[in-house]
Design a protein around this ligand. Sequence first.
Ligand code: BMA
Length: 320
Amino acid sequence: MYTPARIDRRVLTRYDGNPVLTAADFPWRMRAVYNSSAIRCEHSGAKSRYVMLCRCNELNHKTLLWGADSPDGLKWSLRAEPFAMPDTPTWHRYASTVYYDPRITWIDGQYVVLLAVMNTAFTRVAMFRSPDLESLEFVNYINAPDNRNMVIFPERSTDGRYIRLERPNIAAAGGKGSIWLSFSPDLIHWGDSYEVLETSEVWNYGISGLGPSTVPHRTDEGWLIIFHAIMNNCTTREYSVGAALLDLEQPWKVRHVTRYPILSPEADYEMRGLVDHVCFPCSKIIEPDGTLKLYYGGADTVQCVALGKLDDVIHACKHW
Ligand code: BMA
């Protein structure tokens, strides 16, 4: 029997300085900045405490990846120029002019950055490495089309393999689908894949598609994952945010998942924009005091932050 959860409070609160970045903040004219990823710097001698890799759309909707720096993860200063993108035969074998939704993992003493790369209708994911997020070195694509929303865990599995979450697109599901997990010995070659979370398991708010959003975070209760959840209706596709706890030893097994979104489009800057009704996270930062900062795009137009407590998100996974 279905029992409503009688939710009477918010797990995440919109930062009162939202949106933290808009197109008007750039030195050149831009159309939008959204779905960016922020990370607290882990390398020694870091120039800034937090770095954000911003997805921005030029006026013609070609995309750029632009760095921003921050002392607190909330107030951002854009760098003077966007990142230089690769000019190698391997990159040009697939990339055109649209690359988007970066995710950053600190692992093995380096930042590994994944970027979805669109060519006609299909998406591959490009992997970059960087010691400091001042520049990015393109390594290769790490999948055949069509797969996206990849995030690499910040630790290897007990048998020494890298782990990623991903969302292969399934044509029969309208080009959307479930969250999957794969393993790799070297970050390049991936396999031993498992389906983790199906759309039907996320009640109505994720019935039309799911995608992993942020780098998993180890907790005593399991790996905390945050995902975007899509619900199609007559006029829009609503993108909300859910959370789940995966088993620490067998991370393809879901221990708990929120039956209700922890964030849904409600603010004007999420309800109206280039794509209405979208909250699309690509990263979170968990501070030593348990504060969780979720970085998400509002309506495919502006960059936003929501704030909460790690313990409250875990509570929502277990009890909502
Ligand atoms: C997804 C991605 C995101 C975007 C979302 C809503 O498929 O392309 O970058 O925010 O759609 O338009």
